[in-house]
Design a protein around this ligand. Structure first.
Ligand code: GAR
Length: 209
């Protein structure tokens, strides 16, 4: 569970696969003690990415677990679970982590894994949210923070932010506009989860205890 008020900042482990701009937004927010959370470790499924470098520059512990280093996907999942456990997180934040975590991971951290997705779920789940929204011709898309369950982008929604699709948008221009709003949403919602706690009832996520 998230710590009770007054018991120190919530411990975040953040998992990334790429540039890590969402991670950076969290790192910047955590520099203010009033934010109520600290990033205690950053993990990735691949080496040599900017997301890891962002943590290394702040001397935050990092780890890499590549799927290809394991005989089975389940073995990889357990290895990620084990290393994340060592950092005793209150909340695990998947911030551009392009792998699905499995049952062993979710059993351990049930109800305290969030993922940020670049579309307004339940529309456009999966790996290509901005491209799928653009191809469908929607006029508004956005980003969603949700609690991870066993499905693909199906868990209870913590926060959403809407972003217009502009004429002439490319996948890249649309995704960049989404990411600006996404970072603000992520920082706001994770801060509330850390400071105020949250409950989930019948899929409805509410901040506060
Ligand atoms: C973010 O837009 C995030 O929502 C997306 O990857 C981007 C990572 O950006 N994740 C997914 O599409 C997961 N299905 P970042 O590395 O700059 O934070």
């Amino acid at each position: 569970m998230l710590p009770a008020t007054g018991s120190g900042p919530a411990r975040l482990v953040v998992l990334v696969s790429g540039s890590g701009t969402n991670l950076q937004a969290l790192l910047d927010a955590c520099a203010d003690p009033a934010y109520g959370a600290q990033v205690v470790a950053v993990g990735a499924d691949r080496d040599g990415i900017e997301g890891l470098a962002r943590a290394e520059r702040l001397a935050i512990p990092t780890f890499v677990r590549e799927v290809s280093s394991f005989e089975t996907r389940e073995g990889w999942d357990r290895a990620v679970r084990d290393i994340v456990m060592r950092f005793d997180p209150d909340l695990v934040v998947l911030a551009g982590f392009m792998k699905l975590v499995g049952d062993d991971f979710l059993d351990e951290f049930a109800g305290r894994v969030v993922n940020t997705h670049p579309a307004l779920l339940p529309s456009f789940p999966g790996m290509h949210g901005p491209a799928d929204a653009l191809a469908h011709g929607v006029k508004v898309t956005g980003a969603t923070l949700f609690l991870v369950d066993a499905g693909v982008d199906t868990g209870p929604i913590v926060a959403q932010t809407a972003v217009p699709v502009e004429p002439g948008d490319t996948v890249e221009s649309l995704h960049e506009r989404i990411k600006v709003a996404e970072r603000a949403m992520l920082v706001d919602a994770v801060g509330r989860m850390a400071r105020d706690g949250f409950t989930v009832e019948d899929r409805k996520v509410r901040f506060g205890r």
